[in-house]
Design a protein around this ligand. Structure first.
Ligand SMILES: Cc1cc2nc3c(=O)[nH]c(=O)nc-3n(C[C@H](O)[C@H](O)[C@H](O)COP(=O)(O)O)c2cc1C
Length: 198
């Protein structure tokens, strides 16, 4: 299978980016091909321009980075998105990727306010990280908000079959090596479970 992994974290040595590399390596070990968009290191422009809201025409061609980003989703059988929860949402870098790349006419159409996803047939995995314990997020209703706004409103609405939302909670600076390795193993196991050897 062909995989596209999109990750957002400003620090290359962060837990988030470590998890991204571990997951990507496991997919390759399983015989899959993968391409990783490390949005910060690749200098992705997350700012949607006014011209990108206009219908595509000779005067308003789709910009080259967007054409490439959409082609890479088209070419992939599965998309995995990895980011820390910041204010219960995604870092602005990831939000900008979604705003620009998941454009009307590519990821969805909408008629009378009803959204119709255009990426049906593709699988997705969502991997998030929080400082707060998951039971606390669930109790406060915050986890439900995350699932409604991110799992459903973005990924399922675009037509993806969301295989799993894998969440790592209580990720604080200087977690022990043992806990860190347990987390990495959960990421490898997620890859093995959903994407057996090709
Ligand atoms: C700007 C910012 C906002 C954050 N907001 C939340 C939050 O709303 N809920 C939460 O549980 N953790 C929050 N955190 C904590 C991060 O989710 C957590 O520390 C991070 O995911 C750990 O992974 P990392 O080492 O890869 O950064 C926030 C962190 C930052 C920097």
């Amino acid at each position: 299978m062909k995989h596209l992994i999109v990750a957002a974290h400003p620090a290359e040595d962060s837990f988030t980016m470590g998890l991204t590399r571990t997951y990507a390596a496991e997919l390759e070990k399983l015989g899959h091909s993968q391409r990783t968009y490390d949005l910060y290191r690749m200098g992705f422009n997350p700012v949607l321009a006014a011209s990108e809201l206009l219908p595509v025409s000779a005067d308003h061609p789709v910009s080259a980075d967007l054409v490439q980003a959409q082609d890479d989703i088209r070419a992939a059988d599965a998309l995995t998105v990895i980011y820390p929860l910041w204010w219960l949402s995604m870092p602005a870098m990831m939000k900008g990727y979604i705003d620009r790349v998941f454009a009307r006419g590519f990821a969805y159409e909408s008629h009378n306010g009803i959204v119709h996803g255009l990426l049906a047939g593709k699988k997705s995995v969502l991997i998030t990280i929080s400082g707060a314990p998951l039971p606390l997020l669930v109790k406060s209703g915050n986890w439900n908000a995350v699932q409604v706004l991110q799992d459903t409103h973005i990924f399922r609405s675009a037509g993806f079959e969301l295989l799993e939302h894998l969440h790592f909670d209580e990720v604080v600076p200087h977690i022990s090596n043992a806990t860190g390795e347990e987390h990495m193993e959960r990421a490898r196991s997620c890859a093995r479970q959903h994407f057996p050897a090709d």
